[in-house]
Write a new protein. Structure first.
Length: 211
């Protein structure tokens, strides 16, 4: 079994310590950071993402796989920066104002990072203004909003309207998700994409950044 397959497999099983050791070994053997990231870590995270989508693994499995991935990426980050490897895109992620739920948001962050995106997680109970300010300051391509309550999902419309007022609506894509949210609601408020789960959110985000 190649070292990249070993990294992928151990990541899927959530063995953070082993992943870290294998990543270090691959670096020492002269393998490029980009290859280790894409064919080892991201490969493993993509498999977890697919399994999660099909209900073959559950939230705790995703969390421990993501922890293993972070252990590996910590070692690669300085090398990726020095070799000029850029993230696939930049996403501002948060739960809307009045809503304190973060499990779904955290899963989305892990899946997006697992696809090679840079994610700026600005937390829960985030105002529309803060979403927009962060997107402008960080030059993000995407704003991703999460809501778990019917009473807070109206805030998503505020985010869209605030982006229009700030004059950045043509520069930034707005993605929405969460239990009460639907595709028809997405169209109604003028957001760009609704996705039903963390895996498809990550896949859509990559497509939007590539455009």
């Amino acid at each position: 079994m190649s070292i990249l397959s070993e990294i992928s497999e151990n990541l899927q099983n959530g063995r953070a310590k082993v992943v870290k050791e294998l990543v270090q070994k691959a670096i020492d053997e002269g393998m490029s950071a980009e290859t280790i990231l894409k064919e080892g870590l991201l490969h493993g995270m993509n498999i977890i993402g697919e399994k999660f989508k099909k209900d073959e693994v559950y939230v705790p499995d995703v969390l421990i796989a993501a922890r293993a991935m972070n252990a590996g990426t910590e070692l690669l980050k300085p090398l990726l920066v020095s070799s000029g490897v850029k993230a696939a895109g930049k996403v501002v992620l948060g739960t809307v104002a009045g809503d304190l739920h973060d499990i779904g948001k955290n899963l989305v962050r892990m899946m997006m990072e697992g696809k090679g995106l840079e994610v700026l997680d600005i937390g829960t109970d985030v105002s529309a203004e803060k979403f927009i300010e962060t997107a402008i300051k960080e030059e993000a391509q995407i704003i991703a909003c999460s809501a778990l309550l019917t009473t807070t999902m109206g805030e998503m419309e505020n985010v869209v309207n605030t982006a229009v007022k700030a004059g950045i609506r043509d520069k930034v894509k707005i993605m929405i998700g969460g239990a009460p949210v639907t595709d028809s609601y997405c169209k109604k408020i003028g957001a760009d994409r609704y996705t039903p789960d963390a895996t498809s959110a990550a896949e859509e985000a990559v497509k939007l950044c590539a455009k």
